[in-house]
Design a binder for this molecule. Structure first.
Ligand code: NAP
Length: 271
């Protein structure tokens, strides 16, 4: 394979992608990593056999794809350091909030794909929203699909603004699920279970409900209505939530997350 993939940033998200590629049969020699932190470099070497360098250099010139897995606030600085070493490459950014216009400005190429993953990607159970600039070819998109394959599901969106919604929904979404588990655990413990018992029940319930809805052809709404018999226990709970306008509270929260994603794009995207 002539493909060579360079990772800028070798943290959690890069490791998840690298682990997936090695599992798919990529040779460690096809992958390069730039990672300033020595302990992280050592871990990449011992876990996957990939070589990692503290700084960018001429070795990057053969990269056919560059995966940007740095924190949003360090992206610009890293891009300016890396740019002189890159020839022709497709760029894939997993950095939250950084808009493709900023990446184009910093790198001087239009071949840019943005991905918005979520934390379950670290165990291969994530979902990422992806957006490709018009200059990205179908073959480029295919390559990105392959690189991201082991992080979980992929959803390509047609306009970049949708990635801010993806951020508010699935990007921050695992925390919403944890928040509900937390509340259910607290309530269960208040009502007489031990915290461990309550947490076990809450976690298994989320996983079971998630798997049930995935294996069903019905929507979450229909499945919910089916387990809500009139005057039953679930009905009492749902009515209480509706009285408190829970859906509106939730929708407001997602608007807040999207607003913050837009602000971060403005803040970190400055030239
Ligand atoms: N983890 C997730 O589940 C997740 C989900 C959605 C989006 N993302 C996005 O993915 C990106 C990476 O996240 P992560 O969780 O993998 O973060 P991380 O573990 O902190 O990894 C970022 C790595 O980049 C390194 N780095 C910093 N400056 C650099 C530079 N100039 N050149 C090269 N490397 C540099 C950092 O090194 P130092 O430690 O030395 O600074 C760090 O090891 C972020 O933008 C994040 O928002 C992550």
């Amino acid at each position: 394979m002539s493909e060579r993939i360079a990772f800028i940033g070798g943290g959690n998200m890069a490791s998840a992608i690298i682990g997936g590629l090695i599992g798919q049969g990529y040779a460690p020699g096809q992958l390069d990593v730039v990672e300033p932190f020595a302990a992280t470099r050592d871990k990449l070497k011992s876990s996957y056999g990939v070589s990692a360098q503290a700084e960018p250099g001429a070795f990057l010139s053969s990269a056919t794809m560059v995966v940007w897995a740095v924190k949003p606030q360090t992206f610009r600085e890293a891009a300016l350091q890396v740019r002189p070493h890159i020839q022709q490459a497709l760029h894939l950014s997993v950095a939250a909030g950084i808009r493709s216009n900023s990446i184009v400005n910093w790198l001087g190429t239009q071949r840019v794909v943005r991905a918005m993953p979520n934390t379950p990607a670290l165990i291969g159970k994530g979902i990422s929203g992806l957006f490709a600039r018009p200059a990205v070819t179908a073959q480029d998109k295919q390559q990105v699909t392959q690189v991201m394959a082991d992080t979980g599901e992929l959803l390509w969106v047609d306009v970049e603004e949708k990635l801010d919604v993806v951020t508010a929904l699935s990007g921050s979404g695992p925390a919403y699920a944890f928040y509900f588990m937390e509340a259910m655990t607290t309530a269960g413990a208040e009502m007489g279970l031990t915290r461990d018992e309550a947490q076990q029940l809450a976690v298994a319930t989320f996983i079971g409900a998630g798997e049930l809805v995935r294996s069903s052809s019905e929507s979450p709404k229909v499945l919910r209505q089916r387990v809500t018999s009139k005057n039953g226990t679930t009905d009492a709970a749902i009515n209480s939530m509706e009285d408190d306008d829970m859906q509106a509270i939730f929708i407001n929260a997602m608007y807040a997350a999207r607003r913050r994603a837009q602000e971060l794009g403005d803040e970190f995207g400055k030239a």
